[in-house]
Write a protein that binds this ligand. Structure first.
Ligand SMILES: Cc1cc2nc3c(=O)[nH]c(=O)nc-3n(C[C@H](O)[C@H](O)[C@H](O)COP(=O)(O)O)c2cc1C
Length: 488
């Protein structure tokens, strides 16, 4: 792997690390990463909001399959934007091998996000997916690769079959990905299939195979990935339990502290000497957003750091403006608080939550929400008693979940991350009787230290400010020299 950025701006879903943020970071000579989570839905809502600024249209005009681009535009674009009192369209939910219109939306939306993140510079850009959100993987990765994505990063699961998938897609060859199906038996057909030629409107040369970085939280997983993955793993991001988003659960018996938070111990610590022995580059994540921590990571033999929380609150991120302001105000007043919620995410992974008034972090706001599952990214597949495949989510209405064979225990405290994450980026769904979907903001524990990026006056800073601060103690490298080296 030729390009080793000192700073990876971590993928932040949904839509927090959007094309604007990734573009700003990559332009500044570090690795900008867009979140690939739910891009189909985000793109669909941008079109229904009237495509402010015309960015979606500009990117669509460069898409290599114009008939597909026009189908989607004609379906979803609303000139001038939808009326504020109208809800967004409910799209069909993605399932094992379809439906086709949603697969097309995945291809196009991933293409657009990467194309825009790459606009105006020649530096690499990456995309982040969650392994658990499996059904969009094949068309999404293909769309991102059509736009020349340089890195695919993936966590929240064991992505053994991603490298091989990337190899196949780069040659426009049919690719498969194994879908986890609860109750499936040996011999059941669990493979999702995708043939780019079913979608291509013209011949194209082979695509660049992006480098693949697996996000891991244990030495064991890094060894398993290198031994058993079906293609090349180019590096690792080693993520600790203070990081924003989903975290790996603690190993062994669950121990809670007085605040009811999981206690992480020695067994959860990744042995960096063993990481060095693997001979592949690695980056450290989870509270590494300072010059001191970057230096520490480099001294430990890491290629650099992956940083999320400081970028989540900078000007270019997709986080709703008011939410950003409110949480930075909390930081500035010393009131910011993050809790590791063990129940919130239907993935069953611990999920970091920022305390925020009128958001689902507050028990009364959570209790007042009627359960509805209409985005479905975190649904898991299961085999029905009559041998079909169906889908369920522990955050859906309890009755529905139980009717699908789900266990009641599994529903307690679950939150609809799909709808909340859309609200986080200013695209909440509107419901009957005027209910507006509420936010649920995730941040790393490092949020309390964001004061280091805040100016003397005001509550705004840019991605370039974060990078400049982190690189403060590093020998100077001109961005232009780095770019020349890359292009060469
Ligand atoms: C708002 C937010 C959303 C995140 N979403 C994702 C995600 O979708 N996928 C992922 O792999 N990591 C996600 N992360 C983790 C970041 O990519 C990064 O590894 C982490 O934030 C680093 O730790 P830090 O928050 O202490 O900087 C998220 C983090 C934040 C703050």
């Amino acid at each position: 792997m030729g390009y080793l950025p000192k700073i990876i701006q971590g993928g932040m879903g949904a839509g927090v690390s959007n094309w604007r943020l990734a573009q700003a970071v990559s332009k500044a000579g570090q690795l900008g990463v867009v979140s690939g989570v739910a891009l189909d839905q985000i793109f669909a809502r941008r079109l229904q909001d009237g495509d402010p600024g015309g960015h979606m249209r500009r990117a669509l005009d460069s898409f290599p399959f114009p008939a597909m681009a026009e189908r989607i535009w004609n379906w979803l674009y609303i000139p001038g934007g939808k009326r504020p009192e109208d809800p967004y369209k409910t799209l069909k939910l993605i399932v094992k091998d379809g439906p086709r219109e949603i697969r097309e939306l995945c291809i196009v939306s991933n293409y657009v996000e990467i194309w825009l993140a790459r606009e105006g510079h020649n530096n690499p850009v990456g995309i982040n997916y969650l392994e658990k959100v499996q059904m969009p993987h094949l068309p999404s990765a293909y769309g991102a690769m059509l736009a020349g994505v340089s890195f695919v990063l993936m966590g929240a699961g064991i992505p053994l079959k991603i490298p091989g998938m990337l190899d196949k897609l780069s040659n426009h060859e049919p690719a498969t990905y194994p879908l986890e199906i609860d109750g499936a038996q040996e011999g059941d057909d669990t493979a999702m299939r995708f043939d780019p030629r079913d979608y291509m409107e013209c011949e194209l040369p082979p695509l660049k195979r992006p480098d693949f970085l697996a996000i891991i939280a244990s030495n064991l997983l890094s060894t398993v990935m290198l031994k058993r993955a079906d293609g090349r793993v180019n590096g690792f991001v080693v993520e600790g339990p203070t990081a924003g988003g989903h975290n790996a659960p603690p190993r062994g018996k669950l121990i809670l502290d007085e605040q009811g938070e999981a206690v992480y111990g020695e067994r959860d610590r990744v042995d960096l000497a063993k990481m060095r022995e693997l001979g592949v580059p690695f980056w450290l994540a989870g509270g590494y957003g300072s010059p001191e921590m970057l230096n520490e990571a480099l001294a430990e033999g890491a290629a650099g750091v992956q940083v999320g929380t400081p970028f989540a609150y900078c000007t270019e991120s997709g986080l709703d403006h008011e939410i950003k302001y409110e949480l930075l105000q909390q930081v500035s007043d010393g009131r910011a608080r993050v809790v590791t919620d063990l129940a919130a995410s239907p993935t069953n992974f611990p999920f970091k939550v920022s305390s925020l008034e009128d958001s689902l972090s507050e028990q009364d706001v959570y209790a007042a929400r009627r359960r509805v599952c209409d985005l479905g990214y975190l649904r898991s597949a299961y085999k029905t008693p009559d041998g079909r495949i169906d889908y369920r989510c522990a955050s859906e209405p309890v009755k529905t979940y139980l009717a699908k064979g789900g266990k009641e225990d599994n529903t307690a405290g679950r939150k609809c991350l799909c709808n909340a994450l859309m609200a986080n980026i200013g695209m909440p769904q509107l419901r009957a009787a005027g209910y507006v979907e509420r936010a649920l903001v995730t941040s790393g524990n490092d949020i309390v230290n964001l004061t280091r990026f805040l100016p003397d006056e005001g509550l705004t800073y840019t991605a370039a400010d974060v990078i400049a601060k982190l690189l403060l103690a590093q020998p100077r490298v001109q961005v232009s020299e780095r770019t020349e080296a890359l292009v060469a």
